[in-house]
Design a protein around this ligand. Structure first.
Ligand SMILES: C[S@@+](CC[C@H](N)C(=O)[O-])C[C@H]1O[C@@H](n2cnc3c(N)ncnc32)[C@H](O)[C@@H]1O
Length: 398
């Protein structure tokens, strides 16, 4: 048993020295159906160092976190005679292999590793794979990958968009509270590509306790997405049928998402986020018809007629004006806002994403926002903007 005991000592050292990069169990000979591997890494949850065990089955991953006082029992269970026969412990500077032969004896082998760093539990210094398993069932059900995890040719753009989306949000998502279940609502979730990816990233890459709800008024899409979620065993991902404006969240929202919801539906969604004081509000606006109509009315009566007489410039004005006003209103409620390119403009001109993070409300900043809103509306001959109206700021600025 010397090799086996040495291996456990090396795990303990890896925990103490915080250089346990990954412990992998493979070559399973047990009776749990479809279990293929177990991956273990160090994580910090509610300021407590723990070991996160990811059980990889043929079609799903299940994660369980163990306290340092409890993990050994699970380790011994997984390495019973009819269990896993190959283990490898990556401690950066060295990799330790443990193999069991047919007689049941364990043998150990060491290799020099490549990485010298200690494990950082806060920040990943290496490029993190945002969605770390391309063979997941939901990707196949959404027609993004084939059974071997290869992304279909015609799904390459969508796949890039999904990854870019997670990339853009990953820093903000990591700042969400870790000590409780995080509530995420995705309004106008459509076929659910981005909703599923967000759930996958939060639940299985960041190991967060999370409830994700998609809101969508197309019944067929809601039924389809709920079925895919069920088949993938994504137990805390649900889709509900209904309109954004009527949606009543059961729990206070931490994250409000609305991607490509039409026209003022984006305002309805932002308003819900503001009302719930969501920590993060993310929208990718679609069309901007309400402000466009307003600009249309005033286009010949102000000095901007030299531009707004052209349909395409009128459109672009409507977009920039609407989204700048939305960002200003979010500032009014204490949000720091960033506006960034979401999708390459090769694919669509509607490619802006507003990411707003809740900070504190500052009364002097609120005064500045109201004055700015007022002067903007006068300059562009705008009577109102829908979010402004929902928030009751219209009366204040007039
Ligand atoms: C263009 S798709 C975008 C889907 C997804 N968010 C994405 O970006 O891939 C917009 C979806 O929002 C839904 N939708 C638009 N307005 C809505 C509203 N007011 N309430 C509920 N769903 C809405 C539409 O039915 C559609 O499925």
């Amino acid at each position: 048993m010397a090799a086996f005991d040495d291996f456990i000592i090396a795990i303990e050292e890896g925990i103490q020295q915080r250089d346990l990069q990954k412990l992998t169990f493979s070559n399973y000979r047990g009776s749990i159906p479809e279990l293929e591997n177990v991956y273990v890494k160090l994580v910090e949850i509610k300021r407590e160092l723990m070991l996160s065990f990811v059980y990889r089955y043929k079609t799903k991953d299940i994660t369980k976190n163990f306290a340092l006082s409890d993990y050994l029992a699970e380790f011994l269970r997984l390495t019973e005679f009819k269990g896993f026969r190959s283990l490898n412990l990556n401690r950066g500077k060295e990799i330790l292999f443990l193999q069991r032969n047919k007689k049941g004896d364990w043998h150990e082998r060491k290799e020099q590793g490549l990485i010298q760093n200690q494990v950082s539990l806060q920040h990943d210094h290496h490029k993190e794979r945002k969605l770390n398993d391309l063979s997941k069932k939901y990707l196949q059900s959404l027609n993004l990958t084939d059974a071997s995890g290869k992304v279909y040719k015609n799904a390459q753009d969508k796949w890039k968009q999904i990854n870019h989306y997670i990339e853009l949000l990953s820093t903000s998502l990591k700042e969400l509270p870790a000590e409780r279940k995080v509530q995420v609502v995705d309004m106008g979730s459509g076929k659910g590509y981005l909703t599923f990816a967000l759930y996958d990233y939060l639940r299985y890459t960041l190991n967060r306790d999370v409830q994700v709800t998609g809101v969508e008024y197309r019944k067929d899409l809601v039924e389809f997405c709920n079925q895919v979620a069920q088949e993938a065993s994504f137990d805390d991902l649900h889709f509900v049928e209904g309109s954004i404006v009527d949606y009543q969240a059961e729990e206070k929202m931490d994250v409000l998402i609305a991607l490509h919801a039409c026209d003022t539906a984006t305002d309805d969604a932002i308003f819900k986020g503001i009302q719930d004081e969501a920590a993060l509000i993310v929208v990718a606006p679609c069309c901007h018809k309400q402000v466009r109509r307003e600009l249309e009315k005033s286009k010949l009566s102000n000095d901007l007629d030299f531009m707004t007489q052209y349909g395409i410039f009128l459109e672009r004005h409507a977009e920039m004006l609407t989204d700048s006003i939305r960002a200003l209103i979010l500032n009014y409620y204490g949000y720091d806002t960033k506006v960034m390119q979401f999708i390459s403009d090769q694919h669509t001109p509607k490619n802006v994403m507003i990411v707003a993070q809740k900070k504190t409300i500052k009364p002097d900043a609120q005064d500045r926002v109201l004055k700015k809103l007022d002067s903007l509306k006068q300059y562009f001959g705008l009577e109102y903007q829908h979010l402004e109206r929902l928030c009751g700021l219209e009366k204040v600025t007039r």
